[in-house]
Design a protein around this ligand. Structure first.
Ligand SMILES: [Zn+2]
Length: 202
């Protein structure tokens, strides 16, 4: 099944709608969006920490239907073992467990939430999970799916209206990227990409 095409403006609207389902007032003050809470409270997703692969390449995995997934066991007999996982589980790599305020953890959560919002139909009954990887995917459809999840994920964490607000409040600030990255609880890189995309910096 091929992914639907979403214009960026449509993804911006989806991001706002999802945040509003939890608390519309979040869209009035620039601050870190509580993505973990939104996943749990609005979508009933359950976050679970496991070592997903032994190379740390897969940071998140969304399980759409009850499934048996491989996870990497570090203690005892090292190696992969199979684990039964319920539908609606988001597995986050255990390397991120101690950095819940860290941009990388929040970005991984937002990316997986985006898969859940946009791609549930594609993955349901395909027997696949949606994994966030930093390896290049082979098929065109996968690339589109990953692009959409990255885009929507970044809009969850950095909604357009709030970014504009924060940007103009910080006008003249020489470290504006770092300052705004702190405001939204994202990495410098993620903030830079977002500001670029909105043509606020070049
Ligand atoms: Zn993904």
């Amino acid at each position: 099944m091929n992914p639907r095409y979403y214009r960026p403006e449509v993804l911006e609207t989806i991001a706002r709608n999802v945040i509003s389902k939890y608390d519309g007032s979040l869209l009035t003050v620039p601050a870190p969006i509580p993505v973990e809470t939104i996943m749990e409270m609005v979508y009933g997703l359950k976050i679970e920490f496991q070592f997903i692969r032994n190379n740390g390449r897969v940071l998140g995995e969304t399980v759409f239907e009850d499934a048996t997934v491989p996870i990497y066991e570090r203690e005892g007999g090292e190696g992969y073992k199979l684990m039964r996982v319920r539908a609606g589980t988001v597995i986050i790599d255990a390397s991120l467990i101690n950095n819940r305020l860290d941009g990388r953890f929040r970005y991984t959560c937002a990316h997986e939430l985006a898969h859940f919002v946009l791609h549930k139909e594609i993955y349901t009954e395909s027997g696949e999970t949606a994994a966030m990887t930093n390896v290049v995917r082979s098929s065109e459809a996968d690339n589109t799916i990953e692009w959409q999840a990255d885009r929507l994920g970044s809009y969850f964490l950095m909604p357009k209206g709030l970014v504009k607000m924060a940007f103009y409040r910080n006008h003249g600030n020489r470290n504006i990227i770092d300052s705004l990255a702190d405001v939204f609880g994202v990495s410098h890189k993620a903030m830079e990409i977002r500001l670029n995309e909105m043509r606020l910096i070049d």
